[in-house]
Write a protein that binds this ligand. Structure first.
Ligand SMILES: C[S@@+](CC[C@H](N)C(=O)[O-])C[C@H]1O[C@@H](n2cnc3c(N)ncnc32)[C@H](O)[C@@H]1O
Length: 350
């Protein structure tokens, strides 16, 4: 492990301008990062989909912000008779998802829909009995409105599952690197500062938001992930891809010494490359909230408002259901499960 033998980096002259964010042609694309995430955390993601408190196996699944399909394919495996609609604003992500579905002979079970979920009008997404949104709602400008929509389009008795990240995974020991101990933590602190401004809902507690959207009760699962890097798994390439993105996003706030140390880690030809380390591990925390739409809320709400339409407008419907039904047990345990699976027993991706 070359960690103890890093080069001395020349000290920049005082008041020297900070290095600009380095973006190299070989940097991983967002789709590649999602695929590496899915590969490293596949086993843990399967644990999460197995945990979902569905009452009967869903026939129609909706994956909101599906990306390249990490959750979609885990759900299709978990529920082999289900069909799935994958929604994303990125055509590139959906193309990859479509190609993977075809390769895996799952094409006839998958529909892809390109849509911006921030827009007021959503395309027809059917009446799913399971809606899955992993690491996607925090990208939206108004996730509360989106959750209200989800509530209203779910089949009565259907389940929504929201997966949230504690942040990007960590890979290095806290003491790394020898020259710049604590380097990774400083990168994350810089990133968090920026994300706090640009993505204020990242890391949100989705429980109260589900309640506000009309769901009366939720279960929650928190999963600690710790996947050791080995020669034959994807932890090294995943670390490289995530650190590349961190470097770009956090460069504005890091001292040049940190950027130089990062560049050593990111240079595959360097003896200090992250790909040559034997002390990597993908560590993160994922939390899943699952909530059910009441089986009987449609007639109650429509009657209460004197409406004839089967389906009320989004927002109005959620507010009315909250007022009328929020204290009901939604065919599930009244008290949430708050499970902590430690030590790599379970995981999800994002
Ligand atoms: C971090 S990725 C998560 C992908 C996938 N759910 C997973 O767990 O691997 C977030 C995804 O949300 C999509 N997204 C972001 N904003 C969106 C929007 N306004 N409408 C639809 N999709 C959006 C992105 O294109 C990206 O694929």
């Amino acid at each position: 492990m070359p960690n103890g033998h890093q080069h001395q980096h020349p000290t920049p002259p005082e008041n020297a301008p900070q290095q600009r964010p380095a973006q190299h042609a070989h940097d991983a694309s967002p789709a590649q990062v999602l695929d590496l995430d899915a590969e490293v955390l596949a086993e843990h993601l399967a644990t999460v989909t197995a945990w979902l408190p569905v009452q009967t196996a869903p026939a129609e699944i909706l994956d909101l912000g599906a990306g390249t399909g990490a959750g979609s394919f885990a759900l299709l495996r978990q529920f082999p008779d289900a069909r799935l609609t994958a929604v994303d604003s990125s055509a590139a992500h959906l193309d990859q998802l479509r190609a993977k579905a075809d390769t895996a002979d799952l094409g006839d079970r998958v529909r892809v829909v390109q849509a911006d979920l921030d827009l007021a009008a959503w395309p027809d997404l059917g009446t799913p009995d399971l809606v899955w949104a992993s690491a996607s709602l925090h990208h939206l400008a108004d996730p509360d409105r989106a959750l209200g929509r989800v509530h209203d389009l779910l089949a009565p008795g259907g389940l929504v599952a929201v997966v949230e990240l504690a942040g990007l995974p960590r890979f290095l020991p806290a003491t790394a690197t020898d020259e710049r101990p604590g380097l990774e933590e400083r990168c994350h602190a810089a990133l968090q500062q920026r994300q706090g401004e640009q993505m204020p809902h990242r890391g949100a507690d989705w429980g109260p938001k589900l309640t506000a959207a009309g769901f009366g009760h939720h279960d929650r699962l928190t999963v600690e992930v710790d996947v050791a890097g080995t020669l034959d798994n994807a932890v090294g390439p995943y670390a490289l891809a995530v650190l590349q993105r961190l470097r770009v996003a956090a460069a504005h706030a890091l001292p040049v010494e940190d950027l130089a140390a990062l560049d050593q880690l990111l240079d595959p030809t360097s003896p200090h490359s992250v790909l040559r380390r034997d002390d990597l591990a993908a560590r993160t925390t994922r939390t899943v909230w699952a909530a059910r739409r009441a089986r009987d809320d449609t007639p109650v709400t429509a009657t209460t408002a004197g409406r004839t339409a089967e389906r009320a407008p989004a927002g109005w419907f959620s507010a009315a259901v909250e007022a009328a039904n929020c204290d009901r047990v939604l065919g599930h345990e009244r008290h949430g499960i708050d499970t902590l699976l430690a030590g790599g027993d379970a995981t999800t991706t994002g």
